[in-house]
Design a protein around this ligand. Sequence first.
Ligand SMILES: [Zn+2]
Length: 292
Amino acid sequence: MAATAAGLPVVDHHCHLSPTGEGIGAARRFRAAGGTHLFLATQNYEAGVPLSPEAYERQFETTLGLARAVEAEAGVRAYAVLGPYPVDLVGQVERLGAPAAIELQGRAMESAGRLIEEQRAVALGEVGRPHFPTAPELAGPVEEVLRRALEVARDVGCPVVLHAEELGPEGFRGLVGLAAQVEFPVGRLIKHYHRSVLPTPEYQGMVPSYLARRETVAAALATPGPWFLETDFLDDPARPGAVLDLPTVARRAHHDLAQHPDHLALWEVPFQRSIQQVYGFTPEIDARGNPR
Ligand SMILES: [Zn+2]
């Protein structure tokens, strides 16, 4: 087990695990590298795009089962993040037509919302927009579904983990405007897989979750936050190296703290203070370094 800095949990804010991938083994490698807490986002585990509310319910239960297994078998605390993947909408519009596809995404968000209210999950996500250009006729449905996500999360009172193309100041401004329209608190709107560290005011109250590349981490540590770190680990053996490996956040933190013990307060920003500010709870470890 890698030495853990005194009292500091080590948190990956966005990853995926699959029952048919490495699964719990990847969480064990994260733990062995000194990681203690994971935000585990759902994903499609079945072939093809979900076409019914029941398919999404099955998917969410699989994620919740994986989270329990991670806790029991890898000794890592796992927080589930549930929602219909925005790219699903493309196939759903094709197969079901736009109105039924929008309705299906809404139903999936409502069942995710119920699981969050039951405190089995902590956020709605990842929801948002496809990260690639889509046909013009999809623009309306995409925006309608995104608006619905913010409404559901507003009513549940939970954060939203947003999947979208890389955003600049203008992109953040647009989302902040949409959040204001539906009265969703912008401080709970997280842009996941963000790759460029902007001056904090340019996020306009939204919260970046940075892909934990070395240069990005160094730049983020110089900013006040709130911000998070993630690997977006996909646990897909067919796509090794598509994103970062699961132990990366833990390795970055321990490597930096070994060289700069005085950085402890900086690392509390992504691993504790930002989580308290956005989610309303703080990851903790016990005296032996195990997650509480
Ligand atoms: Zn993801």
